[in-house]
Design a protein around this ligand. Structure first.
Ligand code: SAM
Length: 205
């Protein structure tokens, strides 16, 4: 067998499946049948980070949903000098980031807490904020609200960007449609990057 599978359990994410290719050493992480961390996720985020202006050179990034850590190498590949703060409320997920990406996890400032509270209370500014918050198939509903998006945007530096990932599948369409409508009422008009499974919204300060 080329693949090795193991399971972890957490109060927040429930059953977490980790599949590792024994030859490449690469792992993917799934919760509730949905890919949470690994190459598929990296490929999606790559498409959107590529859309940021070439001259953009962020020094500090905030990742909400540190999860299994698979975005760390991608972010560092685009912006080698950048420092990362990762907020993750599930300690089991964070332990996976430490196991799968030890070097990156070590150089990341990890904050094990709820992202919504973190954003409300933080005074720190970031050049790039990435929101990758899922629990299984669902994104917490607060992510769709102008309140949360405006609070994130408040933490941006003058030239900074905020990117939020929204899943696209039946059952979430209405929530997303309503969200676009209420975002517009609050003057939020992001650039949307569409992929088959996810819509990414890019906001500037
Ligand atoms: C798609 S995974 C993140 C994957 C990660 N970016 C990676 O590259 O491996 C989503 C993560 O969001 C975390 N999460 C969900 N709701 C959260 C919240 N309210 N505050 C902080 N983390 C949360 C979950 O525990 C999960 O680890």
């Amino acid at each position: 067998m080329i693949y090795k599978t193991k399971y972890l359990y957490s109060d927040i994410n429930g059953k977490i499946k980790i599949v590792t290719n024994k030859i490449t050493g690469k792992s993917s992480v799934a919760v509730g049948g949905l890919h949470q961390s690994g190459q598929l996720l990296i490929n999606l985020w790559k498409q959107v980070i590529k859309r940021l202006p070439r001259a953009f050179q962020p020094a500090k990034t905030l990742l909400l949903g540190g999860g299994g850590g698979s975005l760390f190498p991608l972010i560092k590949k685009f912006y080698p000098q950048l420092t990362i703060t990762a907020v993750e409320k599930d300690p089991v997920m964070w332990s996976l980031a430490q196991e799968l990406y030890p070097q990156f996890a070590q150089s990341t400032k990890a904050v094990i807490t709820d992202a919504q509270n973190y954003v409300k209370e933080s005074q720190e500014k970031f050049d790039l904020i990435l929101v990758d918050l899922y629990v299984g198939k669902d994104i917490p509903e607060f992510v769709y609200t102008p309140d949360f998006i405006l609070a994130c945007r408040k933490l941006l530096t003058k030239e900074g960007f905020l990117i939020i990932s929204f899943p696209v599948y039946e059952g979430r369409d209405l929530l997303l449609d309503n969200s676009w409508r209420s975002q517009k009422e609050f003057g939020l008009s992001p650039t949307i990057v569409e992929t088959n499974t996810t819509h990414f919204a890019i906001y500037s300060k």
